[in-house]
Design a protein around this ligand. Structure first.
Ligand code: TRP
Ligand code: ZN
Length: 440
């Protein structure tokens, strides 16, 4: 009787995850556990057919809940625990009403069948994100909003989950995703690739990229290194796979063990995309990366991918850290002394100093230069203040305490103070939150 009464009071989950910069992103009322995503794609017509089976757990008595999916893709059917569920689509919200309400704490499975011709979204800063078509397939990068352009999910950075991607493409194409390639089979002119991403992942770090790639899979040093290279760039990318292990070894010595079961990258040829992205285990590049970009995206595997911010405002925890790691690698190889990187950044003109990196202000500014360069300078000043030993203990404790999780700037400040054994609030306030150029 009590049970029935409680369910009679079940209410719909929130349609958004509450991030002030992207309020509709994510949904309330449940936690995603595992995405089993089966895709069939035809690159010449851009026709995508998808079947998602998501296992999740409710976090309230739930009469209905949302998944994020753009309504240009048509949902054909939804089931919850095998029973047909009612659904509707509006904007980026797919609203699912199960035949019976779900009790708080209940494990459930939602299965969605959908199809259509996906397209990217335009971010507030004007860049493209999501399903970006290329001459031979798809450049698929999803930070901050793109995941909803190709599969339904709880697309909020705090709801990490494991994934399996089963992707079928014509025989002359390769589908490359996150994690480990666990099977590849061909028949009837089409090839199916299965990728297992067994460590928790935020959905903005997923990728299923498609092209006429040359795919290699080899143990190089300590790392299973899976690399996909656009044949147009093969001549320039002969060393690409080999370049990962030395960088990962160096970063492991500074930041703690590499967090994932494999590494590698996707080198696409897409001159119209102006950025690379740290897609988990396997960053995606629009051209062959230089040492700066390669080390930056690999550093993100610790800072951003394994340890992810709780909200977009804290994006300097990704970009400032990856930029500082890039400076460290360029110093290590002799390409550029660390102090030169700092001095060059510090010499930027007055308008650079207007935006404090800890508070970009809106989703349009999350990838602005101060988030990267002033974020990295903040870490350098912290290091100079607390000393090398405390500084690298802070970084290693950060990656171990929050491995596969989320954390915010406040947690980083608290950790720094705990390890340094002193108050650092003035340093962080000046460097992260106050407009204007800090004195040295
Ligand atoms: N996170 C990427 C990196 O620095 C950058 C990035 C993602 C980006 N999306 C963007 C930069 C859009 C500019 C515009 O590795
Ligand atoms: Zn970055």
């Amino acid at each position: 009787m009590r049970f029935l009464l409680a369910l009679a009071l079940a209410v719909p989950g929130a349609p958004g995850g509450g991030d002030p910069y992207f309020p509709d992103q994510g949904n309330g009322g449940y936690d995603a556990g595992h995405y089993d995503l089966v895709l069939d794609y035809n690159p010449s017509s851009n026709a995508l057919t998808g079947a998602l089976t998501l296992t999740a757990r409710s976090t309230q008595d739930l009469s209905a809940f949302d998944l994020d999916l753009v309504d240009t893709l048509a949902v054909r059917s939804v089931t919850v625990d095998g029973a047909a569920a009612a659904f509707s689509q509006k904007g980026q919200e797919l609203v699912v009403t199960p035949a019976a309400a779900l009790a708080n704490g209940q494990d459930f499975t939602v299965a969605v069948r959908y199809d259509g011709k996906p397209t990217h979204v335009l971010d507030p800063d004007g860049s493209r994100d999501g399903w970006i078509r290329t001459s031979d397939g798809v450049f698929n990068a999803n930070e901050p909003q793109g995941a909803m352009t190709w599969y339904p999910g709880n697309h909020h950075m705090t709801d990490k989950a494991t994934y399996r991607f089963t992707v079928t493409v014509p025989d002359d194409r390769v589908a490359v995703a996150n994690g480990d390639l666990t099977s590849k089979r061909s028949g009837g002119g089409r090839t199916t690739f299965v990728w297992d991403a067994r460590e928790p992942m935020a959905s903005y770090l997923t990728t299923v990229s498609i092209g006429k790639f040359q795919l290699t899979d080899a143990k190089i040093g300590n790392y299973r290194t899976i690399v996909a290279v656009d044949p147009k760039l093969a001549g320039k990318a002969t060393a690409f796979a080999q370049r990962h292990a030395p960088i990962l070894d160096y970063f492991s010595s500074l930041f703690g063990p590499y967090p994932f079961s494999s590494t590698g990258g996707i080198v696409d040829h897409e001159p119209n995309v102006g950025y690379a992205l740290e897609t988990q285990t396997r960053p995606i590049y629009p051209s062959v990366p230089g040492e700066g970009t390669l080390s930056h995206e690999l550093a993100h595997q610790w800072f951003g991918d394994s340890v992810t911010p709780t909200r977009w405002k804290d994006i300097w925890l990704n970009e400032g850290f990856a930029t500082y790691a890039e400076w460290l690698w360029l110093d290590r190889t002799g390409a550029k002394p660390l102090q030169t990187s700092f001095d060059t950044a510090y010499a930027q003109p007055a308008d650079f100093w207007e935006m404090p990196p800890g508070d970009p202000g809106s989703g349009a500014a999350i990838f602005d230069d101060p988030v990267y360069d002033r974020g990295a300078m903040t870490l350098h000043v912290l290091r100079r203040t607390v000393g090398d030993a405390a500084f690298f203990t802070i970084l290693r404790t950060w990656t171990s305490e929050h491995r596969y999780g989320n954390a915010d700037t406040q947690a980083f400040v608290a950790l720094s103070q705990r390890i340094a054994g002193r108050d650092l609030s003035a340093l962080f306030t000046t460097w992260l939150y106050k407009p204007g150029k800090p004195a040295l």
